[in-house]
Design a binder for this molecule. Sequence first.
Ligand SMILES: [Zn+2]
Length: 93
Amino acid sequence: MLKLKKEKKQEFKIIGLIDKPLWKSIPCICHATVITMQYPLTDCMHCKFQECEDSIPKQKFKSNGKDVNEIKIVRGQRYQDVIGWTWHEEDDQ
Ligand SMILES: [Zn+2]
């Protein structure tokens, strides 16, 4: 029987999450039903920033063959919008 190496279960950790970032107070200017008046065809900042926030990874991923279990959110100074995220690549034990 093949014995699997017991993997340390590690929760995916996101550093820098904010409950109410400033950009959330920017109103959405998109039209409810007219698609040509909705993001991304409009310059709606609210939806743009929402899209950035939604793109944050929710579970661990691999980078250069190594597991990434923790990321740190990088935010814009003005609107606290998500610009990206950073991580450290650690060697598998
Ligand atoms: Zn919008």
